[in-house]
Design a binder for this molecule. Structure first.
Ligand code: SF4
Ligand code: MSK
Length: 660
């Protein structure tokens, strides 16, 4: 690698922490060691070299105008104010607001692009994709009050486009999926004045209200923060998930492989990394093209091996069983294998550092989306009308690189097989009947105490904590205590690598959960897909409320959420929409609010008194599990479920009887 090797060396190479301290993923460990030997820099080592700013980490600084920037003292938060007089509560609530605005913008812009794609398909302008799940189309249309009886599929879809578009563009009124939530949750939102109008309107108003000299009352600002976050969870993200299912198919459980061992030395390896399923879907078509396969064979390859990473990887893993190479903190490390002939990225969570690592190992890196280019990286624009122009080019370039591979190829052999592809629809059938789905058996098993409650463990990996470790330890502790875990995003990949998505993982669960899992043949940890698919968890919670026996609102449910290794502003938006929906939500790594301030008290205590959830924070997975279990136990007590109610586990005969 000659000069290129030296170019990537920086000061971070001087003080190196053992790779076993940085990640529990053995493939990533092996590749980090190799990268260090090769003199190649990764985010793990850069994080060690770059200490987080303690004032910034706590959001105790403001740069919203040029009388500043102003820095307050996180250890003495009321000791001073900004030049304009802004207090710590104003400064940190405005900073928090901007994180929520950015995270919401990311999800809703993605959802808007999905809607544009859907409309193009419906209007016949985009021909490479078709509606694959008409049943879901009918269900969503029905739910939103669109007539379906005796109508053509495309007419219904056309109306659905119009209704869903209001999620983004509407200036007044309520976004369509608000009506999906339990009535009491809706009532609470209306009482608080936080029902979203349209996502664009909410993000704009939130940005306006955080300008210098605008909303300087954190109690008032939290309303717009929550309203904007809800426009993400029950708006942009939910629309993206529903359209994704309609166009590309609602996932159903399937077995798939995860980890770097999915790369194949004798094949052309192509990785897709990002968040948009259309790029991935077209890439599937490209790698199956006989002409391109013949070209790969002519270059000496045994075939073309398509692999996913991060969230679009999870979508295609869930829908098509496409193998997955790893989560966010493994995206640089996988290039160190030397086996990746091309990596094509689209939007979100794409580290700029990939460019240098790719250069070092000869991987062809391509940006494909006009909204997310990287300086110095070849851009092959992906267009929905002619998607194969992009994906075929990427395949051709990958074949070329395979033919001229010069990097040493070293693929960590480990592959972890697990079951992926659960959805809120499938949960109906998993525990319920196959004739008519129902959440009754899930609720029943919660009521009889075999399942204590449900936890959503989601989100990123972050080099400030040992990769995957907090996720895995937390989830093991939860299932040991009979808490059923649902998963999305990079956390799901961590669980797959730890073997917790296999039905055999039921042996690690407490007695009650184990009995349920073994009866049904399901794992104690259910993977629901990409980070945008957290909306599936909201919908599942709604079904639990509507099925009965577990209270009237999401806040009543024995459920909790966590993002133990989060890193992105999208995660903050997700956390806030869960809190505003009624879920106790615990984050790890760090929390951008100074303790013992009024804004902290509002977020960590007072929101719950208004019928919402609240935030929690700890870095320790065992303490995190204890906090979540304590909350779930509290909800069980409030529902009168703390006394043992012995009931026979629902079997097929009971189920049929219940379904009448
Ligand atoms: Fe400082 Fe106030 Fe300007 Fe923020 S808005 S930088 S606190 S003067
Ligand atoms: S990719 S937002 S690192 S989950 Fe969705 Fe993973 Fe977090 Fe990105």
């Amino acid at each position: 690698m000659g000069d290129k090797k030296d170019k990537t060396k920086n000061k971070s190479q001087k003080k190196l922490v053992a790779v076993s301290e940085l990640t529990t993923c053995e493939s990533t460990q092996a590749m980090l060691s190799k990268a260090r030997q090769d003199g190649v820099d990764t985010a793990f080592d850069r994080a060690q070299a770059m200490k987080a700013c303690p004032i910034g980490a706590k959001s105790a600084c403001c740069k919203h105008c040029f009388m500043g920037p102003c820095r307050l003292n996180a250890n003495d938060p009321y000791g001073k104010v900004g030049v304009c007089g802004a207090t710590i509560d104003t400064i940190q609530s405005r900073n928090f607001a901007r994180m929520v605005a950015t995270g919401t913008a990311a999800h809703t812009d993605h959802g808007m692009e999905m809607l544009k794609l859907f409309r193009g398909v419906v209007e016949g302008r985009i021909l490479d994709y078709q509606i694959q799940d008409t049943e879901k189309l009918f269900e969503v249309a029905d739910e939103l009050g669109i007539a379906t009886e005796g109508r053509e599929v495309l007419d219904i879809a056309d109306d659905l486009c119009d209704v869903l578009e209001t999620t983004y563009t509407q200036l007044e009124g309520e976004i369509p999926f608000v009506k999906r939530a339990p009535a009491k949750t809706q009532e609470m939102w209306r009482g608080e004045g936080i029902v979203p109008r349209g996502a664009m309107r909410e993000v704009m108003e939130l940005m306006d209200r955080t300008h210098m000299g605008m909303d300087q009352d954190h109690q008032n600002l939290i309303k717009q923060i929550s309203r904007t976050a809800l426009a993400d969870g029950w708006g942009g993200s939910m629309v993206a998930t529903e359209i994704g299912d309609i166009l590309f198919g609602t996932p159903k459980p399937l077995q798939a492989e995860v980890n770097m061992g999915v790369l194949k030395e004798d094949q052309v390896n192509i990785i897709i990394h990002g968040h948009e399923p259309n790029l991935f879907d077209s890439m599937i078509a490209s790698v199956q093209d006989p002409e391109l396969i013949a070209k790969a064979e002519a270059a000496g390859a045994q075939g073309i091996n398509l692999v996913g990473m991060c969230c679009s990887g999870l979508e295609m893993l869930s829908r098509n069983g496409i193998p997955h190479a790893g989560n966010f903190m493994s995206t640089e490390a996988v290039l160190v294998t030397g086996a990746v002939d091309a990596m094509a990225v689209d939007v979100q969570c794409i580290k700029q550092g990939l460019a240098k690592v790719a250069e070092c190992y000869g991987t062809k890196l391509f940006t494909t989306n006009r909204r997310a280019r990287i300086e110095g990286v070849v851009h092959v624009e992906f267009e929905d009308e002619v998607p194969r122009a992009c994906t075929d080019t990427v395949v051709e370039m990958a074949i070329k690189r395979f033919a001229g591979r010069s990097a040493v190829v070293s693929i960590p052999p480990r592959k972890d097989v697990g079951v992926h592809g659960f959805s809120h629809e499938y949960i109906n059938y998993m525990l319920g009947g196959t004739f008519r789905g129902s959440y009754t058996p899930l609720n029943d098993n919660i009521i009889n105490g075999r399942i204590k409650g449900v936890a959503g463990v989601v989100g990123c990996t972050n080099p400030r904590v040992k990769q995957d470790w907090v996720h895995v330890e937390l989830v093991k502790e939860l299932i040991k205590n009979n808490v059923l875990v649902v998963q999305t995003g990079c956390s799901q990949v961590a669980m797959a690598k730890a073997g917790l998505l296999r039905p055999e993982a039921a042996s690690l669960a407490g007695e009650g959960l184990r009995e349920v899992c073994e009866t049904v043949g399901m794992p104690p940890v259910l993977g629901l897909g990409a980070c945008v698919d957290n909306s599936r968890i909201l919908t599942a919670c709604t079904h639990m409320v509507k099925t009965g026996g577990l209270g009237e609102s999401i806040a009543d449910l024995p459920v909790a959420g966590a993002a133990p290794e989060f890193m992105s502003e999208k995660a903050i938006a997700i956390g806030q929409y869960f809190v505003a929906s009624g879920v106790y939500t615990v984050f790890g790594v760090t929390f951008p609010i100074v303790e013992n301030t009024k804004f902290h008290k509002l977020m960590f205590e007072e929101l719950a008194d208004r019928g919402m959830g609240k935030w929690g924070f700890t870095k320790d997975p065992y303490e995190m599990a204890a906090m979540m279990i304590e909350h779930i136990d509290g909800r069980r007590r409030a529902l009168g479920l703390d006394k043992s109610r012995e009931r026979v586990l629902v079997d097929m005969a009971d189920r049929r009887a219940m379904e009448g």
